[in-house]
Structures are given as C-alpha cells and as structure tokens.
Design a binder for this molecule. Structure first.
Ligand code: SF4
Length: 331
C-alpha cells in the first residue's frame, strides 16, 4: 500500500493557480475516539487528580502523540517497563492490555496500579483463559509485536497459544488431529483480512471453535465501514492516526484496497500540498485514538489552500458505548 508517514515541514501549495480551487471533503462517520480510548484517558486524568502528579503510565496510554503529550503536561510520566516506575508511585496500564506477569510484578512490589485495558480487550483475555481451561490450543489472529497481542498471549501459559498473521501462516500450521483448537482475534484488525483467515482456519481445522463473531471491536469495524463508504467517491483519503496505531493503519489499507490513494498522517503539518494536485474530492477519517481536534486542524489547513465544502458521510448511528471506570476511580 502507499500509506506513508511523512515527517516533513508543511510547504506552500505548488500551483498558486489552484490555491483556492474547490475541494469537496467527505468526512467519514464514525471516526476518532472510541469508548475504550475515552476511558483510558479519563483513568489517567482521574489518577493524577486522586494521587497527585506524577502518575506513571506503562506504554503510551493510547497510540497518539497529541494525547500522550497532553497527559504529560498534566503530570503523567510514560515508561515502557515497570522497573522504570519508582517504588510507591502509582502506575496505569495502557488501553492495549498487559500480560499477566505485569500486574503480578506490580503486586510483588506493592505498587498501586490501575488497569486502563479496554474492556473489549479484557473480554478476549477472559476468552483465552476459558479456552485453555477447556483444554484447547488457541490460534490467535493478530499482528506480531503489537502490545495488545503481547498482552493477550500473556494471559495463558507459554505454548498454549500460537500467533497467526496471514492466510499463508494457516497453511503452515501443523497440529495433531486430536488436539482441540480454538481461535481468537485482536480487536483492531482488518475485518476483511480476518474473515479470510478465519475461513482458512475453518477449512484446515473443521472442528476448530471460535467466537460467534470475531472479536474485532465495534469501533474498528465501524470506522472501516465508513471508509469503505466514501472511498470510491474520493481521489485521496487522509487518515489521521499514528504509525503504531493498528486500527488507523487498517483504515488506510481499506481505502487502498478499494483503489483509493491513502496517507496516514499524525498532524495537519504532515500534509504535503503536492498530494492535492488533481484532487477534487478528499476523504477524511481518524483512527480510534485520534481526537476530533486533529480533524478540525486538517480541515482548517485545507481551507487555507482551497475553497472547502464539507459533507459528513455517516454509515452508523451515533456510537454511544460508555465503559465503567475501575472501582478505585469510579466515585
Ligand atoms: Fe477498545 Fe476497540 Fe477502542 Fe481498542 S479500538 S480501545 S478495542 S473500543
């Protein structure tokens, strides 16, 4: 795919004659923050109020630099490992979830910890435990190295779960016929790719057990559906999201699959005006960890270059999911 992550200063539009040419913006809905991201940010903010700064956060609370910088300014300190957290300091685990060894280590050090794991990720954790209790080996569909994958695979003993990333991986799997199998999925995958992998798994292992619907979350599938709905009408799609944000990367892929050029950008300043050459209809969306303010920033910048008209293309009713806060912060 062509999705890129440019790191360049904003330049003036190349062709001054096009500077105020019309540009139709199709803005996908739903887009941007999901309930799990809202909750994770609120947990850090409330923890700072409850405990006072600094509050440590293990890993980026959500994959968005703007969000992380905002929380740093309020008193959060982001670290990658627990041994970077001083004794006695409170620590929050990120929305992506953590392997079981992490809370165990925090307990052994007597740390006050809060879990900002998205409840939809926690649900997959519990399913993984249940599958192992039922004596099944788990085939986990996900992306190697993503923190959610590390967290989910770390819910069960070593050797009880195998990562599957592609249809080709399925062809390479070798298990004895008598071994009971199940599959689970990361929450932020491509809906279409995952369906293909699940089909391949069911064809190769007809007795495999899986969830009724794969565990791709509502926010991921809604944002992909919204991009699909606008892609054919767009000359270019901009996806606001971080290069390490799985659901944002998938949005750019969905557009590209439909034959529409797509760029993943973190901020408006990354837009190269040359991308707009010949573009009359531009699609805009944002991953689940990108705040709406960044969408407005992009619209505002585009409006300085072109005469912009905005249309929101909505494929789902308002998302009104709200997740409860951890008990320690609920009051
Ligand atoms: Fe939860 Fe989905 Fe949002 Fe991830 S993208 S935090 S799984 S709702």
């Amino acid at each position: 795919m062509n999705a890129t992550f440019p790191d360049q200063a904003r330049k003036a539009p190349v062709d001054a004659a096009d500077a105020k040419a019309p540009l139709k913006l199709l803005i996908a809905a739903p887009r941007g923050f999901c309930a799990g991201v809202d909750r994770a940010i609120e947990i850090v903010e409330r923890a700072i109020t409850r405990y006072g700064a600094p509050v440590y956060v293990r890993h980026e609370i959500v994959h968005n630099r703007f969000v992380v910088d905002g929380l740093k300014a309020k008193g959060a300190i982001f670290v990658e490992e627990l041994d970077e957290v001083p004794d006695g300091a409170p620590v929050v685990f990120s929305a992506h979830g953590v392997p079981k060894v992490i809370p165990a280590e925090a307990n052994s050090r007597g740390l006050d910890w809060l879990d900002a794991t998205c409840p939809l990720v926690s649900k997959v954790h519990r399913q993984a435990e249940r599958q192992v209790e039922a004596g099944r080996h788990i085939l986990f569909i996900g992306h190697h190295g993503h923190p959610e994958v590390i967290g989910t695979m770390g819910q069960v003993p070593d050797g009880a779960i195998t990562l599957v990333e592609t249809v080709e991986d399925v062809a390479r799997l070798e298990f004895p016929d008598e071994l009971p199998l199940s599959f689970l999925t990361q929450t932020t995958l491509s809906v279409d790719d995952t369906a293909e992998i699940v089909t391949a798994l069911r064809a190769r292992f007809p007795r495999i057990v899986g969830p009724r619907a794969e565990d791709i979350c509502y926010a991921t599938s809604n944002r992909q559906a919204a991009v699909k709905a606008i892609a054919d009408a767009c000359d270019l799609i901009l996806v606001i999201g971080a290069p390490n944000s799985s659901n944002s990367l998938r949005l750019a892929e969905v557009a590209e699959r439909q034959g529409t050029r797509a760029f993943l950008i973190q901020r408006a300043s990354e837009i190269d005006p040359a991308w707009l050459d010949g573009v009359t209809t531009l699609g805009l969306t944002a991953g689940a960890s990108a705040p709406e303010i960044l969408v407005r920033e992009v619209v505002d910048l585009l409006s300085t270059w072109r005469t912009v008209t905005e249309e929101t293309v909505k494929v789902r009713d308002e998302e009104n999911m709200v997740f409860k806060l951890p008990r320690q912060l609920a009051s």
